[in-house]
Design a protein around this ligand. Sequence first.
Ligand SMILES: O=c1[nH]c(=O)c2[nH]c(=O)[nH]c2[nH]1
Length: 310
Amino acid sequence: MSVEPGFLSAARYGKDLVRVCRVVRDKDQHHVVEYTVRVMLEGDIDTSFTEADNTCVVATDTMKNTVYVLAKTSPHVLNPAMFALHLATHFVTKYKHIHKSFVDLVSLRWSRIPVGGAPHKWNFVRDGDEKEVVEVAVEDKGEGLVGSVKGGIKDLLVLKSGGSAFTNFHRDEYTTLAEVADRLFSTSVTLSYSIPLPSSISLSLDTLSEIEKTIDFPSISQRARKDTLEVFATDESASVQATLYNTLQKILKSCEEIKEASMALPNKHYIPVNLSPFGLDNGLGYEGGAEVFHPVADPSGLITATVTRK
Ligand SMILES: O=c1[nH]c(=O)c2[nH]c(=O)[nH]c2[nH]1
């Protein structure tokens, strides 16, 4: 018998990219959500890897079906964080040998089409590439469930053509970048924040409605998005770093529920074109204010930070 050189030190499996759309028909007022869901499970599953024993394997096809069934039956389906929490709680309560579940959910923006100035009851428009993201984990610790919830945004594309400078940065023999007092700043916002669950409510399938009443997840997500856009628009940006930090501080200020927030901002460079060969001034000096740019896909800067409540 061959002696194996390693041991199984971590194992997790699940279904990714489960796409589901749910329509809730409240008479002729419809609500639509479209989610892409990832379910991952941990527990007493080692033998499925080490001994080819599938008896402990809840098939990933079963997980996919569960997403569809709860999309129909969950009273929380329109609330992305609560729907993810419902799914994650389901898996650790339904299967005794599953001890931890992870549900990541991406929600597309279907906004109501304005008709005659009023939002239409059942017509929707995809409102850009932006997605709301939710990451939930629920662990059965033996003496009760412990849940964690993260909310956030990805692919929110923004651009400011004024109010952005980048000067006074470190210079050495490798530096060619010119300082500029007025540049174009564009990024694709990735935001993630953690929202502790109320310690007074023990997590279970029976307490989900109470949790939904106690924490207004949709309101938190709306406030965080509003802050992100407002700080981006109003900050006299000294750098991507400084604007990112100001945004996270604003989010912590207006969302008491959030314990910690992280952001990743690629600096999607727009390079001013040199038009001097054509006798044209395109603001290439320190004052900046260029008008013609070459948007470049790569490379891009990538600025990340986390701000934690004191
Ligand atoms: O806001 C910026 N931060 C940087 O760290 C950086 N580096 C760079 O080349 N341009 C910029 N802009």
